[in-house]
Write a protein that binds this ligand. Structure first.
Ligand SMILES: [Fe+2]
Length: 191
């Protein structure tokens, strides 16, 4: 469970487990996770190891799924010119850190009241650079899209729980149509 070959990752999981055991209020809990993910995304040894991870669209690596606190740690390896569709993470929180490469994050506002099934009016509210080391906090139900801005990028995610057990909304900003997804293909990866 805490048997990891990469020292910075082993420390990260140990610290996360201690942090989650405190049972802090939601906002404070996830701000704490963000602060713990920053040094991990600055770790040169982990960055070097991540350069050997295969990039494949639609895949998320499982690095850890916590048996006591249920949080999930994953990795996304982006292909060149990766463009994600606009989506949310349903009811879960995500802390998203760029370990390698450079991405651009788009965040949208939801303008309608959600009363019409299969429809959402959204508008780009801001767009910003997410270079190596950048860590974002993505609260539940916030529409967003991560785009690659380098040949390859690697992101580390910390989520409330393992993806696949809850609906995520996919948004079409042009037509307003929405659909649901159960997330990406999950592949275990030893780190
Ligand atoms: Fe996302």
């Amino acid at each position: 469970m805490t048997d990891f070959a990469t020292p910075a990752f082993a420390t990260f999981i140990k610290e996360l487990r201690t942090h989650f055991a405190r049972g802090l209020p939601e906002q404070e809990q996830w701000e704490g996770v963000r602060d713990l993910l920053k040094p991990l995304c600055a770790d040169e040894a982990l960055r070097e190891i991540s350069r050997g991870w295969e990039a494949k669209k639609g895949r998320e690596y499982i690095l850890h799924h916590d048996p006591d606190h249920d949080f999930f740690v994953g990795a996304l390896v982006r292909l060149p010119n990766h463009i994600a569709g606009v989506h949310d993470h349903g009811p879960t929180w995500t802390i998203y850190g760029v370990l390698d490469g450079h991405e651009i994050t788009h965040v949208y506002d939801r303008l309608d009241d959600g009363g019409k099934p299969g429809y959402a009016e959204i508008k780009l509210s801001h767009k910003y650079d997410a270079p190596t080391g950048h860590v974002d906090m993505v609260p539940p139900h916030v529409p967003h899209a991560e785009w690659g801005n380098s040949n390859r990028s690697v992101a580390i995610t910390v989520r409330t729980t393992k993806p696949g057990s809850y609906d995520q909304v996919m948004y079409d900003p042009g037509t307003g149509r929405t659909g649901t997804s159960r997330g990406l293909e999950l592949v275990p990866l030893a780190v």
